[in-house]
Design a protein around this ligand. Sequence first.
Ligand code: PRP
Ligand code: GUN
Length: 185
Amino acid sequence: MMIREVPQNFKLTYSQEDIAYRVYKMAGQMRHWVKDAQVNDGQQVLAICILRGGVFFFADLLKQIPYTVEPSFCRAMSYSSESNTQSEEFRLVVEPAEMKGRHVLLVDDICDSGKTLKHLHAYALENGAKMVKTAVLIHRNHAASVYTPDYIGFEYTGTEWFAGYGMEDKNHNSNFPEVYTIPCQ
Ligand SMILES: O=P(O)(O)OC[C@H]1O[C@H](OP(=O)(O)OP(=O)(O)O)[C@H](O)[C@@H]1O
Ligand SMILES: Nc1nc2[nH]cnc2c(=O)[nH]1
């Protein structure tokens, strides 16, 4: 196995095994909703990956769901890669597949301020989605959050910055397979 060079300030927070277990449990929680959408509606759930950060979680989650779902993608941006800080501007760069009349599942790595999911949830409804559910690996608990996802892998209380499993530290190390926390500078 190749040795990974982990920056000194990175603290291992969720191992690959921790993540795999939570992803498996989450797929179990949503399986009835996914099946019912198909049976009652005759249409599979449209699962939308929120790029870039959601990519690893999306792939792992969809592989654990035991019924058909249709993958789709959108690209949402609000954090600066240079500084790890959020700007007021929210940009949707890639639009997902047609959502009209569909059961939609929005999938992202983290819900932090909640602004990204709040925007996208509203966007899906405006575009005719019949029902919208949201899934994240990590939900940061804080009073100012504007959104609570339906499916949550880990609840986290604290201000540390996350990196790994899709989450970047100033545009680096998002491909680490575990989740790390970095003390706030
Ligand atoms: O709950 P919020 O405070 O809105 O933060 C969550 C969003 O922040 C990150 O995306 P980012 O804007 O950094 O884009 P990226 O996924 O391309 O890194 C992350 O992937 C979520 O989409
Ligand atoms: N990489 C990363 N992206 C985020 N987007 C919102 N919060 C975070 C975080 O803690 N880490």
